[in-house]
Design a protein around this ligand. Sequence first.
Ligand SMILES: [Zn+2]
Length: 274
Amino acid sequence: MGILTALIISPFNCRINIYTDSANCINIFNTRMQSGIVSPRQKLKQSNFLIWDLIFFLINEKHLEWLNSNDHDALCSIKVSKQQGNRIKKCNFIYLTIDIQQRNYPRLYSLGSIPCIECAYARDDNVHVGLCKEHSNQIINILTQAAHDLQELIITNTKDAGFDLDDTIRSSPLFNTTFDDILPQSHPGYLLIHHLVPSDLTLIFYNYIKDKKLRFSLFLKFFSTLMSSIDTLIWTRRASLIKQWESTLSITKNKKRFYRQRQKKRAPPPPAPD
Ligand SMILES: [Zn+2]
């Protein structure tokens, strides 16, 4: 149902990434994509077949491209679900920064705004990730490396990349690293940090790789390498700083795990009226 809603509200002719950890959804989707025509008898055996009919109708009508990316071979392993869950959280700005933890476990954290674990200049929330002054050097390194990798990738995989590839990459706003101190929020790199795909990036792929299949596979290769370096240098690093800080306040995993149960014990429900 969530997938259907996403498709209904999406514009025509666009590419949609749907990240789901539902093995059933992925299986039904793949079966129906591969087999093409499904007999009414087969359809009736599928649960929610009307919803699936509508999903495929929308994909055709709206000329949508479907992307189900997965870095691991074993589909739906715990690792994949966790990775996909984290991606969804990052691009929806609900990853576990301190403000979200504070909302989820109000009795474990102090009241009021808690400053960024790294710079202490702003509230520790999802919006601040990428805008933190402690991230700017890492971002410059990430973008410089990415520009280099992208150029290599296109040169090795296309016959004639054209003399202007170097210029295109250099002048792309995405690879502009001349900002001082802090990454501006309007910089396309900010989207990358949050696992979103900036159009400045897809534009380069569209302009230099004409073959659709090749473009798609190279894009996935490039994007997943880029996302893992962003995760290592930014997200994972700050998550471990938060963990260290939490341990000084004796906020443990167990306290979070049993938080709801403890709260229930503390506040017994009001007695039922006679
Ligand atoms: Zn900060």
